[in-house]
Design a protein around this ligand. Sequence first.
Ligand code: AMP
Length: 174
Amino acid sequence: MSAADHLRAAIRDVVDFPKPGIVFKDITPVLADGKLFRESISLLCKTAGDRKIDKVVGIDARGFIFAAAVADRLGAGFVPVRKKGKLPWKTRQTAYALEYGESIVELHEDAVKPGETILLVDDLLATGGTAAAAVKLIDELGADIAGISVLIELTFLQGRSKLGRHPVHAILTY
Ligand code: AMP
């Protein structure tokens, strides 16, 4: 089996969580296995290719786990995109639509600089709303997004279509 096959076998489907009709992809078995976790980080790093990454931006909250490890592996800084009200310094924020209502994510306004090369990392790409909001914040600060790296992509939700010209790399697709 390939490394991706081992990861796929470890991810647990939890039906009707957090609400009826959702099949939640539980990545905690990957995190709990040292070999699988390390392998997932290696594969997420590949999106960077030969490019020198200045900062890895991770999305609240499971994205942080992967993004911080990727940043360490690439010798890059780590920057959190957080849900509204969690970041202590001056922020930029953007609202995005959820299935019901909307949500707001924030980025410290000095966290990424114009011209820096960024890798955006999250655990899972679903509708793409969250990643698109993070992309908007990074774009507004004038940084250059080298790619978007996710462990899992739910392709039937077509999240990629919201991410424009930015290359998206998913290790596992469903
Ligand atoms: P979206 O904005 O729709 O792309 O949702 C992406 C965020 O929601 C990711 O950060 C995921 O952590 C979480 N998410 C959405 N759908 C699922 C799912 N089926 N299983 C696990 N996490 C999910």
